[in-house]
Ligand binder design. Structure first.
Ligand SMILES: Cc1cc2nc3c(=O)[nH]c(=O)nc-3n(C[C@H](O)[C@H](O)[C@H](O)COP(=O)(O)OP(=O)(O)OC[C@H]3O[C@@H](n4cnc5c(N)ncnc54)[C@H](O)[C@@H]3O)c2cc1C
Length: 436
């Protein structure tokens, strides 16, 4: 039996391990936790979601929904397991994070040809026919320095931030209310409505709060979709109200009016015992988080179960390092997957894990592997990772802008109609590719 070593039992690593084990390869999955923890993981469990518990939208024509549909066509394991641990989250697939990790652990243990080994791997381990490095944005120094040495290329980084979680029973429900922005009658989110005076006070507090310090040699670069709220606030007084705290779709049941702004809280578990503060990732020191976020209406007595934090996020310059099949140009039996290879996001990490498994299988079977067409979410994400011409290279989540334009362009189509056409084309091509 041919053997594959996978470094990192995160989202990409676990997806790749399950896919390769199903194809009867012998898989060794190396994970350094709990022996050596990262600054963001809290357990020793596989596939831990470090921040939000949401795997985002499941409703077509949405970009994240399209990615999920295409992954389902490839028999993606982690999304199927996630559905078993889902919590109500409107149009999104959100999970009870511990249950999700435990379900993935059970699935890994059920495969007799997967061995799990705990260690901080400092180089691709010998004795495997192929190795996938899926050590993630918080890869240990040892493996990062190996990558930098071997590839004589710089690894890059930006910052990612985690939002705080509060206990449900500590939320003042005489101020906050349950409801969904888009679906009247749904109660999946807890919403904290601001008056304009409350918003002004919150804005003043967040823009003057003490933040954690960066090392002077580290430039602060953030992923635009996950900007710390204090940075959004500094862009202008109304930036939060028009952005992550927008009140669109809501009427405050206490006043019958649209609030000035709304902070949404998303359920963390099926029982609704805890909620994360959507978009409230920040650089604020812990004490300051308590002071400032308690100014959100309804959270005056909030009990913080987890504070937010801000972490360095490592990736490599994949277009210069990787071939079209995610293998290192300099070492064709070593593949990269997950956030380290330049995608951004949970589902995208699962996606590159699935693609890496497909490419490893073809490499070991000495068969040609045809990449998913560029008109699909998977194909265009792969093209971004392996071929983005933009310098410096920046990781990306999947969005419709990665897809080639419709040919011929539709006339007078709304954005939603264009997205629907892009989804139809992508799914048609994806089905054709897998012979479905
Ligand atoms: C702080 C932070 C918050 C984020 N929040 C979100 C979010 O809310 N939503 C979202 O979609 N994406 C988020 N991301 C981005 C990204 O989608 C996730 O980090 C995702 O988990 C990446 O998947 P992965 O498989 O590449 O890495 P991971 O899931 O992190 O898995 C990598 C694994 O490798 C292990 N490891 C590292 N080095 C070694 C080594 N040398 N030897 C053995 N094991 C090793 C790690 O312990 C870890 O278990 C966040 C990232 C960070 C850093």
């Amino acid at each position: 039996m041919q053997s594959v070593g996978i470094i990192g039992a995160g989202l990409a690593g676990c997806e790749a391990a399950l896919a390769l084990a199903r194809e009867e390869f012998s898989v060794t999955l190396y994970e350094m936790r709990p022996e050596k923890m990262t600054p963001a993981h809290a357990t020793g469990l596989p596939a831990e979601l470090v921040c939000s518990n949401s795997l985002k939208s499941t409703e077509l024509p949405g970009a994240q929904a399209l990615l999920k549909e295409e992954l389902a066509l490839l028999g993606c394991s982690l999304l199927a397991l996630a559905k078993r641990c889902a919590v109500p989250a409107g149009k999104a697939l959100a999970v009870e994070r511990r249950a999700f990790s435990e379900t993935v652990l059970t699935a890994l243990r059920e495969m007799p040809n997967i061995i799990m080994e705990t260690r901080d791997v400092s180089a691709p381990p010998a004795g495997h026919d192929a190795v996938i490095i899926a050590s993630g944005p918080l890869s240990s120094d040892a493996i990062v320095s190996w990558l930098t040495r071997q590839c004589s290329a710089e690894s890059l980084y930006f910052y990612d931030a985690i939002a705080p979680i509060v206990a449900a029973e500590s939320i003042d429900m005489s101020r906050a209310f349950l409801g969904s922005r888009w679906k009247p009658g749904e109660t999946d989110y807890c919403n904290c409505p601001f008056t304009d005076e409350e918003y002004d006070a919150f804005y003043a507090a967040i823009t003057s709060a003490e933040t954690t310090e960066r090392h002077s040699f580290e430039e602060e670069r953030y992923f635009e979709a996950c900007l710390p709220l204090d940075i959004v606030a500094r862009r202008g007084k109304l930036a939060m109200a028009y952005g992550p705290l927008k009140p669109v779709g809501f009427e405050d049941p206490n006043t019958g009016k649209r609030p000035f702004a709304v902070c949404q809280l998303r359920r963390e578990d099926t029982q609704g015992g805890s909620y994360s503060l959507v978009a409230c990732q920040s650089r604020l020191k812990q004490g300051e988080q308590e002071r400032v976020f308690r100014m959100i209406p309804g959270l005056r007595r909030a009990e913080f179960l987890r504070f937010g934090s801000c972490h360095r996020n490592t990736y490599v310059d994949s277009p210069s390092l990787l071939g079209h099949n995610l293998s290192l140009k300099a070492m064709p039996s070593v593949f990269l997957a997950g956030q380290l290879c330049g995608n951004e996001g949970y589902v995208e990490s699962i996606a590159t894990g699935r693609l890496a498994a497909m490419f490893v299988s073809a490499f070991l079977s000495k068969k040609e592997c045809v990449a998913p067409p560029p008109t699909t979410a998977l194909g265009s994400l792969l093209l971004h990772v392996t071929g983005s011409p933009v310098r410096p290279f920046a990781p990306s989540s999947f969005h419709f802008g990665l897809l080639p334009p419709l040919d011929p362009p539709p006339r007078r189509a709304s954005k939603k109609e264009r997205h629907a056409l892009l989804c139809d084309r992508a799914l048609r091509d994806a089905r054709q590719r897998v012979g479905a």
